[in-house]
Design a protein around this ligand. Structure first.
Ligand code: IP8
Length: 248
């Protein structure tokens, strides 16, 4: 059983304070992950680490830069957060290892992304827990652009033939216009108007982009909040199920 879990950047960082880890939230998430069984790949977002520095350098998933110092700054910020996540997991005896996308992933001039999954698959085979993160990656013809954690989740879930996909966000699921959790989404247009923009600086498109990407997957995905992480990791389907067909 292979599970790909996204820890939202806003879950593990204080999104309003630049480059600040939310220690209590990270501790809770690491405790829940330490209790989980089976092959697990963790992917975390940028939160107050990646997004402000990407915005400062005018880099998004569509707008690139050739400014090597800026690219390094974004990558270093994400490296700092990745070290905090890997460290919190290793403190609980989870055999977590960092996976740094800038060194392995890249985009072609049409924006198609390659993320070689062999290093991650080999880590899983050796019983490690790979921890990847949204990052800045080289793109042919554009310098470097942002590769979101959500896109990494979909790429790895496909390449690793994942059995389960979970996206842990700050909200308990995808919310409708009245603030209620939507049980299931199988069509983007049906929920598009309810999916607002992310409040803090988010250079990769917030919840709408997440749902679009998850609907591309064959494996159904669950979107839920931090309080439901244990339920998801123990086999439950909390929050919103995003599934493009009638898979139960
Ligand atoms: O928070 C973006 O990852 P995301 C990472 O998953 C950077 O969109 C570097 C902004």
């Amino acid at each position: 059983m292979t599970t790909v879990l996204k820890l939202g950047g806003s879950v593990v960082t204080d999104k309003d304070e630049p480059e600040t880890v939310d220690r209590a939230a990270l501790t809770d998430a690491a405790d829940a992950i330490a209790e989980a069984n089976g092959d697990l790949v963790v992917v975390h977002g940028g939160g107050s680490f990646g997004h402000p520095s990407a915005a400062a350098h005018g880099v998004t998933d569509a707008a690139g830069t050739h400014d090597a110092a800026g690219i390094r700054e974004i990558h270093d910020a994400m490296g700092e957060l990745n070290a905090a996540v890997v460290g919190a997991l290793q403190d609980r005896d989870v055999p977590a290892l960092p996976v740094r996308p800038l060194s392995v992933a890249y985009r072609d001039d049409g924006g198609g992304t390659a993320f070689p999954s062999e290093p991650v698959a080999t880590m899983l085979a050796e019983r490690f827990v790979p921890v990847a993160h949204g990052d800045v990656v080289a793109q042919r013809g554009a310098g470097a652009t942002i590769l979101s954690g959500d896109e990494i989740v979909t790429l790895l879930a496909e390449r690793l033939d994942a059995d389960r996909v979970g996206v842990c966000s700050t909200v308990p699921g995808v919310l409708d216009g009245d603030g209620e959790v939507i049980d299931r989404i199988d069509d983007f247009e049906a929920v598009a108007s309810a999916l607002g923009e992310s409040e803090a600086t988010d250079v990769t498109g917030g919840m709408a982009a997440k749902i679009r990407a998850l609907l591309e997957l064959e494996t159904p995905a669950s979107v839920f909040g931090p309080a439901q992480l244990r339920t998801f990791l123990s086999g439950g389907r909390p929050g919103t199920l995003v599934a493009r067909d009638s898979t139960p």
